[in-house]
Design a protein around this ligand. Sequence first.
Ligand code: NAP
Length: 336
Amino acid sequence: MQVALVGVTGYSGMVLYRLLKQHPEIDRIQLYGHVGATTVAAMYQKETAVIRPFDATAIMRDNAIVFFATSAGITRQLALPFIAAHFPVIDLSGDFRLHDPEQYQRWYQRDPASATALAQASYGLADMPAPLSTYIANPGCYATATLLGLAPLAQQQLVEPTSIVVDAKSGLSGAGKRATAASHYVAVNDNLSLYKLNQHQHIPEMMQQLQQWWSAISAIEFTTTLIPVTRGIMTTIYAKAKSALTTTQVRAAFTATYHEQPFVQVLPTGMPTLKDVVGSNNCALGVDYNPVTNTIVVVSVIDNLMKGAAGQAVQNFNRYFDFAVTAGLPTLPVFP
Ligand SMILES: NC(=O)c1ccc[n+]([C@@H]2O[C@H](COP(=O)([O-])OP(=O)(O)OC[C@H]3O[C@@H](n4cnc5c(N)ncnc54)[C@H](OP(=O)(O)O)[C@@H]3O)[C@@H](O)[C@H]2O)c1
């Protein structure tokens, strides 16, 4: 099979390229992007692949699917010919995750795609399988870690629905390759900084999904903190239990949800660390119930560029074409 990739020069695109190159069902990859962009040859010494100027007609003629690993605001325009032709797309950006165009306008401060175009996209939270349309909106990295940590609690209605607090932390590659004053070494090293308080653009996609699982969840408190690592997301989730439980009961709820998912590990004891997952497509979950405060605590960790982006995109590719679930995906972390 031949596939197309737009955005190989970005962080997610580079990781996706490596996964696609090693995928057993893929023979060739065509790369598209800005004319004059750094070639893959320059990034990976022995690669000779060329980046072609974006051409929707050529992509559809030559390939079985196109992956977009482009910045926010690009696919809402570039992807329209694929939607019109019902050609398969996996989009790593947030442009088609929200069904409501007004929500996109509010949280991304950009004009949205039309409601008709948005209606053709499906939200591809790959470890909670639901039917996929030809346009797959790959979830955001924070949203993936948080939703996998909340799914059993929401679906089994185990918590007070308005009591959910999420303290999410991410490494620097989550912000992409462009450096800013906030991502300067001096600002990040030996430091922690909380950003986009109550304004993070992943809040609406999490709410959209949570309300599908349990409409009583009307809001969550969600904070994001930049931590001085390259890769990795840890979300610590707190919620009041609806009735008294034990840690064993909470863990059983998680195991029941994920027992058939090869990439989700519910720890039998203790809490996960970033290095338990970095380099893999896994999400590791630790759970606890504190009877003193009647609080459930869930810790969810992922590699933002794997499960949070490129790995989940390949997982959705496998689902879409009915390939083996784990084809082309690393199940072991890089450690140490
Ligand atoms: N980083 C993460 O952990 C993460 C996780 C989940 C989802 N995402 C999403 O994935 C997307 C890419 O993120 P990233 O962090 O990899 O960003 P990035 O490092 O900034 O890369 C952005 C890519 O988009 C390309 N691009 C920008 N405008 C384009 C245009 N008009 N036509 C063609 N290509 C264009 C860039 O090409 P040039 O190099 O030529 O400018 C670059 O290849 C974003 O939408 C992001 O929200 C990222």
